[in-house]
Design a protein. Structure first.
Length: 326
């Protein structure tokens, strides 16, 4: 079965959980900028968590379905509709043959992740179906989606069939993912960080919690360019290039930080003042041009505890879904 992209929106692409293991060859991790949201949406429609779905930036998308298919989405504050029904975030829903799914521009946030039962069946490149827009490979011909594109879907799982039967003549499930997993627009005015390797090289007052940065229009999937009071080095320095990763907050000579996201390069030569913690990267992925962001420092141990807690909660969610379908 295929679905047809009737309106592609601002920037929509096929993404899965990325390409780990290839950074030594200079290949970015890539994948969904909020892998957790995509995992949750995939679980809701009976997919493997690594199945390819759609990452939609700033909405304005319409998708036509030739036959019945289970879908779920998570992300910013979008309105998603099928016929006269609104599809809430974090629920599995049935789109029937001949119907069109429409996603509006967001009230808050920037991106949404849409999972379709069976996953999007595009060729694997280096073990992933994700679109690498800068390198031009993966996804659908290595590019963003366009109007009239057709995407092949894989066969739905037995779990997807069970969920569809539970929905029956309705539109979506009565159960849902946790609210803060489904609606990932920032809930607080700051993003938590841990100190980077070059933290001590900056002036003492740098990156205090009251300091506000604005996201500039030059931001993309590679990183968020921020603008505010310049971050000043205590002394000038020359640096050799070293490894960077999604979440690294690096500072070029103009003092305006860059928060690296999923499509970031594998090495960089700018000082690394801090790293956004893994559980707050979803909030960073929801920032768009003009949004404001502040940073709050926590310890590495606290960051690790938060990630362990979310990992345990995700495992409980998997088990809960399995029990619900028995």
């Amino acid at each position: 079965m295929t679905v047809t992209i009737l309106r592609s929106g601002f920037l929509s692409s096929v993404q899965d959980l990325g390409r780990p293991g290839h950074r030594a060859s200079g290949v970015s991790l890539g994948g969904a900028l909020d892998p957790h949201a995509l995992q949750v949406a995939n679980l809701l429609v009976g997919n493997a968590e690594s199945a390819a779905g759609l990452e939609v930036t700033l909405g304005q998308m319409r998708i036509g379905f030739a036959s019945d298919r289970l879908v779920a989405w998570a992300g910013g504050e979008f309105q998603v509709r099928v016929a006269n029904d609104e599809i809430p975030a974090g629920h599995a829903a049935v789109v029937r043959g001949g119907e069109v799914l429409e996603m509006s521009a967001p009230e808050k946030g920037a991106r949404a992740w849409l999972a379709l039962a069976g996953g999007i069946d595009v060729p694997l490149v280096l073990g992933s179906r994700s679109t690498d827009l800068r390198s031009g490979f993966g996804g659908l011909e290595g590019r963003t989606l366009r109007d009239r594109d057709q995407l092949l879907l894989g066969p739905p799982s037995e779990a997807a069939a069970q969920i569809s039967r539970r929905i029956g003549l309705g539109r979506y499930t009565s159960w849902r993912a946790p609210w803060d997993w489904a609606c990932t627009a920032p809930l607080h005015p700051f993003v938590r960080i841990v100190r980077g390797s070059d933290w001590s090289r900056f002036e003492k007052s740098t990156l205090e919690a009251h300091q506000i940065f604005a996201v500039t229009p030059q931001s993309d999937r590679m990183g968020l360019r921020l603008e505010g009071e310049p971050l000043a080095l205590a002394t000038k320095m020359q640096m050799a290039s070293s490894g960077v990763a999604p979440g690294t907050l690096q500072v070029p000579p103009n003092g305006q930080p860059i928060l690296l996201l999923g499509d970031c390069q594998t090495i960089g030569g700018y000082p690394k003042i801090a790293h956004v913690i893994t559980v707050d990267l979803p909030a960073a992925a929801q920032l768009q041009a003009g949004d404001e962001v502040r940073f709050a420092e926590i310890s590495l141990a606290e960051a690790q505890d938060l990630l362990i807690e979310r990992t345990r909660d995700l495992q409980r969610f998997r088990v809960g879904l399995e029990l619900h379908l028995r």
